[in-house]
Design a protein around this ligand. Structure first.
Ligand code: HPA
Length: 278
């Protein structure tokens, strides 16, 4: 399907009629990381189903709500429940949430996700600040007719994971009780976890973590010039690193174990966001 600028404006107009302020920061919550949404003060909650031209979340542990409110004194909008290609969405549809953020006027986006650790020096419960990604599937969310109002047809992604925000995330890690690394996120479409051979292959290619989300949103943000920070929670060692099967229960369990510390970490990053010139 070909979208027009007006298509995206329709969602934004609906939300702007409900929310009486411009959120400064947009946060997307990954699988099982939804607890952060409960820390938002004075929440205004909008169901995805009520937003014209939006999408519906179909995955367990993904709520399906936009939550506006205050975190660390800053106005934010939080997506509790995100969309993935494995749900059957086309890559082109996955631009929708970040384009809504852009039209609402946010000045930065924080994407979070659960990921498998490919780097054998990482441990479950560690955090990886994404410095770059690898996506070798041919698809792009920016495929199709370009909407010039959002950004140019061909766009640079050299610094798409905003260096100043990565530096801020490192600085906030010092005061936290988390193990924080920086590395490369490798995108797989899922929904199956990877084979051990795939994990060995992507390690050779330079991957530190693997996941099934984030990259479509990140590319959409890069296209429309939104500063971006991406944080991956290592919920498990990737397939074949340990001699046993992976389960989605272990992904959810690890996410639960670190959820309060991770929420505090993200809150601290939001608190100190003004230190960064964007
Ligand atoms: N692979 C892909 N996606 C994931 C994983 C994984 O090991 N863990 C959490 N999300």
């Amino acid at each position: 399907m070909e979208y027009s600028y007006a298509f995206f404006q329709r969602s934004a107009d609906y939300v702007k009629n409900i929310v009486p302020y411009v959120p400064e920061i947009a946060i997307v919550l990954g699988s099982a990381l939804g607890g952060f949404a409960d820390t938002i003060e004075d929440p205004i909650v909008i169901d995805y189903a009520d937003i014209p031209n939006f999408l519906l979340s179909t995955v367990e542990n993904h709520a399906g709500k936009l939550i506006f409110g205050t975190v660390a004194g800053k106005k934010v909008v939080c997506m509790s429940g995100r969309f993935h290609t494995y749900e059957g969405y086309d890559f082109e549809q996955l631009v929708i949430p970040v384009r809504l953020f852009k039209l609402l006027g946010v000045r930065a986006v924080i994407l979070t996700n659960a990921a498998g650790a490919v780097n054998t020096s990482y441990r479950p419960g560690d955090i990886m600040i994404v410095s770059d990604h690898i996506k070798l599937t041919g698809d792009s969310p920016l495929r199709g007719k370009n909407i010039d109002e959002f950004g140019p047809r061909f766009f640079d992604v050299t610094y798409m994971y905003t260096p100043a925000l990565r530096a801020l995330a490192h600085s906030c890690a010092k005061g936290s009780d988390l193990n924080v690394h920086e590395g490369v996120y490798y995108f797989f479409t899922g929904p199956q976890y990877e084979t051990p051979a795939e994990i060995r292959a992507v390690r050779l290619l330079g991957a530190d973590a693997v996941g099934m989300s984030t990259v479509t949103e990140a590319l959409t943000a890069a296209h429309c010039g939104l500063p971006l920070l991406c944080l991956s929670v290592m919920t498990n060692m990737a397939a074949g690193v340990l001699d046993r099967s992976l389960t989605s229960e272990e992904v959810v369990e690890t996410a639960k174990t670190i959820s309060t510390r991770f929420q505090n970490y993200v809150t601290e990053i939001i608190r100190r966001m003004d230190e960064v010139e964007l």
